[in-house]
Design a protein around this ligand. Structure first.
Ligand SMILES: Nc1nc2c(ncn2[C@@H]2O[C@H](COP(=O)(O)OP(=O)(O)OP(=O)(O)O)[C@@H](O)[C@H]2O)c(=O)[nH]1
Ligand SMILES: [Mg+2]
Length: 208
């Protein structure tokens, strides 16, 4: 990574009058091959940590690669990156593995997270159901980022909302995960949503 490890004995000095940045943990989740690793890599301001391994014959019958047969690697542990959304707000991004056999890692990875991006591929929308269910059940605020593949159908946000049976407040953002600005828009939408949910909860309004 490009960042230097900080020495816990000598914390970085914050100039007088300045506010120390707030660091927030965010998950980037979704089914196999939807673009999680690509998103973290595209937006990260440090060299992203990636744990890609080749998909081999050993995975036949175990890993579901339907619809993304041309994919040659898969994430086997996690992705990690960092982005400063604006002065004073730093997001630490943790990308989940997409294959079902790595589901057991999601609980570990989501520990302490403030929110999540669920990426969806319009050619395989049903693959996003488990991730949507996962965050709804844990009441962790999330946005759905629809990675618009060139050969995918052009759904509207409302069609995606209906297809995924999303609660009214959950934002849907169309994006291209290969594009930094587009990925940043998804993360900005997530932070707005997280703030709105926390404000509602602090007023005693149930999040919807
Ligand atoms: N937005 C977009 N991405 C595309 C398109 N065609 C291919 N991609 C690619 O889709 C791939 C997604 O791969 P990854 O980022 O590895 O997906 P992942 O969700 O991390 O995959 P796993 O970790 O294996 O679950 C990337 O290589 C993208 O560049 C397209 O038309 N539009
Ligand atoms: Mg990946």
């Amino acid at each position: 990574m490009d960042s230097k490890p900080s020495d816990p004995a000598t914390p970085a000095a914050v100039p007088a009058g300045a506010v120390a940045p707030v660091a927030v943990k965010i998950l980037v989740a979704g089914g196999f091959g939807v673009g999680k690793t690509t998103l973290v890599g595209a937006v990260s301001e440090i060299r992203p940590l990636q744990t890609e391994e080749l998909l081999t014959d050993q995975g036949v019958g175990v890993d579901d690669t339907e619809g993304v047969e041309q994919k040659t690697t898969t994430t086997v542990a996690m992705d990690f990156g960092r982005i400063t959304i604006r002065d004073g707000l730093v997001l630490y991004l943790f990308g989940t593995p997409g294959q079902d056999r790595f589901w057991f890692m999601w609980d570990e990875l989501s520990y302490g997270a403030l929110g999540a991006v669920v990426l969806a591929d319009t050619r395989r929308l049903a693959d996003s159901f488990p991730a949507v269910d996962y965050f709804e059940n844990r009441r962790l605020p999330f946005v759905v980022g629809v990675n618009c593949f060139d050969d995918g159908y052009d759904y509207t946000g409302d069609e995606i909302r209906e297809a995924l049976d999303l609660g009214g407040g959950t934002p849907v953002v169309l994006c291209d995960v290969r594009d930094r600005a587009s990925g940043k828009d998804v993360l900005t939408a997530l932070m707005r949503h997280v703030l709105a949910v926390h404000r509602k909860e602090s007023r005693g309004v149930p999040a919807g």
